[in-house]
Design a protein around this ligand. Structure first.
Ligand SMILES: Cc1cc2nc3c(=O)[nH]c(=O)nc-3n(C[C@H](O)[C@H](O)[C@H](O)COP(=O)(O)O)c2cc1C
Length: 319
């Protein structure tokens, strides 16, 4: 049995999000309400393979007790580097590794990784093969429907499914569509058919525009053959999105304070190693904790002016 097979029949997954789902934020989500499965942000295989980049890659791959089961997401285009990182992940306490073949970022694509893999299918297959040969962990892929055209899924997904993957996550858009159009939910029945025909044991996870557990439950009710739903940006609307709980203002403030404590700890931890944990990105998370009630806009303005976590705490205490 691999770790994917131990998940409940219909499971919820925290999406990998660069600059968001690091060790600190995963602990915040675990406290609010755990998904059935966590993903890390993505780590570049060639950084790990280089002397210069290894330390940083390993920092990105740190896990904690509460963020399990967890899948390490990796990206790149060098098959040997996939093999190198894949062989290290078991000892780093992961339950699986996932290859990113969907990221639309220009720099990532220029480097041949993420969604660019859709255009280099032979290389994509070789990277999967090298990863699989180098670890006992289950290997999965997260991808999009195609690079430019939706119809590319008719060739691209069968090719991936033929690799005997433990799981396949499909973000229901093309690379070209970025996140600008609604996800193509109408294709779910076709994708299920492909999975059932080519690789019935591969878990199928659907992703795109599904913002919380209640929406995921509707998807499962409509398409019971889907195994999992992955939620990304939904966490910004409600950090409790993996539960049916609607948090009170007080719960959100307490979660915010917890996030600040974890931020301080992580900053100290990284500074001791000579690395940085910058303050500005913390501001992306403010919207999670501040609702739209009267006074929220004013509070947000005060928070945005803060330069330290203690200043934030002081603003929150005067609320
Ligand atoms: C800030 C941000 C960072 C992301 N980073 C990654 C990543 O590292 N790996 C990945 O596969 N997808 C990444 N994604 C895409 C998400 O995992 C997900 O596929 C996308 O947001 C659609 O799902 P959603 O509508 O539930 O957000 C990122 C998305 C966002 C918004």
């Amino acid at each position: 049995m691999n770790s994917w097979q131990e998940l409940p029949a219909h499971f919820l997954v925290l999406a990998p999000m660069e600059g968001v789902t690091d060790k600190v934020f995963r602990a915040v989500i675990a406290k609010a309400g755990k998904p059935d499965l966590f993903f890390t942000e993505f780590t570049n295989v060639s950084s790990f393979a280089s002397e210069k980049g290894r330390e940083n890659a390993l920092e990105r791959l740190e896990v904690i007790d509460t963020d399990h089961p967890i899948i390490a997401q990796i990206w790149g285009k060098n098959p040997e580097h996939f093999a190198k990182l894949a062989s290290a992940l078991e000892d780093l306490n992961f339950q699986g590794l996932d290859i990113n073949m969907g990221c639309p970022d220009r720099h990532v694509n220029k480097a041949g990784g993420g969604a660019a893999m859709i255009r280099t299918p032979e290389l994509a297959v070789e990277c999967i093969r090298q990863a699989k040969n180098s670890t006992n962990l289950p290997v999965s892929v997260k991808t999009r429907l195609g690079f430019t055209y939706v119809d590319e899924y008719k060739e691209w997904l069968p090719l991936l499914l033929a690799q005997n993957l433990a799981a396949l996550t499909v973000h229901l858009r093309t690379r070209k569509e970025m996140s600008k159009v609604p996800a193509h939910f109408e294709l779910i029945p076709e994708i299920i058919k492909l999975r059932d025909k080519i690789s019935p044991d591969t878990k199928l996870i659907i992703n795109g525009d599904i913002k919380d557990k209640s929406e995921a439950e509707k998807i499962f009710a409509k398409y019971p053959k889907i195994d999992g739903v992955m939620i990304g940006r939904g966490v910004f609307q409600n950090p409790y999105c993996f539960t049916l709980h609607q948090p009170t203002d007080e719960e959100l403030t307490n979660l915010f304070l917890y996030h600040l404590d974890l931020y301080d700890q992580r900053k100290q931890e990284l500074e001791q190693k000579g690395s940085r944990y910058p303050f500005e990105p913390l501001k992306h998370f403010f919207k999670l904790y501040i609702n739209s009630s009267p006074g929220a806009a004013e509070l947000r303005t005060k928070l945005m002016a803060c330069k330290t976590t203690d200043e934030i705490r002081s603003v929150l205490n005067k609320k």
